[in-house]
Design a protein around this ligand. Structure first.
Ligand code: ZN
Length: 164
């Protein structure tokens, strides 16, 4: 395992739509391990492949390790099947935009399907913080960062804060 360097905004790789993972190879498994290690070291609760400069559709999360309940998860080729009509606001940080917290509005629950490292197709409904986390990471695979989800005014404020 090795720590990877985290790409920071406005690197163009963070604005690029990532390609599907065709096959789960040793290289893909090593990437997943490195992403988890890099996420924990950051420290963060989620990390997407483009954040280490790899443009494929994989992200990792662990939404509860900071509370002493480690739950490492690897998501390959994730897709949202359904999102709730109910929206909620939440504060989101991003390891690629250090020091900036943004208020983002998202569906409060999503039904996600993905492929596990073992090659199984998994289906799960996420709510609350975990729902925001998987949506944030999936956004990265589509070249979207938190700033892209803000109003022009809020974005200008966040960019000024980032530059300061
Ligand atoms: Zn992020």
């Amino acid at each position: 395992m090795s720590l990877r360097e985290i790409v920071t905004w406005p690197d163009a790789r963070l604005s690029t739509r990532c390609d599907p993972v065709d096959e789960i190879t040793a290289e893909i498994r090593a990437q997943a391990e490195d992403m988890l290690e890099t996420m924990y070291a950051a420290p963060g609760r989620g990390l997407a492949a483009p954040q280490i400069g790899v443009l494929n559709r994989m992200f990792v999360t662990d939404v509860s390790w900071k509370e002493g309940r480690p739950d490492p998860q690897v998501y390959i080729n994730p897709e949202i099947l359904q999102a709730s009509e109910t929206l909620v606001d939440g504060d989101e940080g991003c390891l690629s935009i250090p020091g900036v917290t943004t208020r983002i509005t998202r569906p409060d629950s999503v039904h996600l399907v993905w492929t596990s490292l073992e090659g199984a197709r998994i289906s799960q409904v996420f709510t609350g913080f975990a729902a925001a986390c998987v949506q944030h990471e999936l956004d990265h695979l589509n070249g979207i960062v938190t700033l892209d989800r803000l109003s022009a005014e809020d974005r200008a404020r966040a960019e000024a804060e980032y530059a300061a």
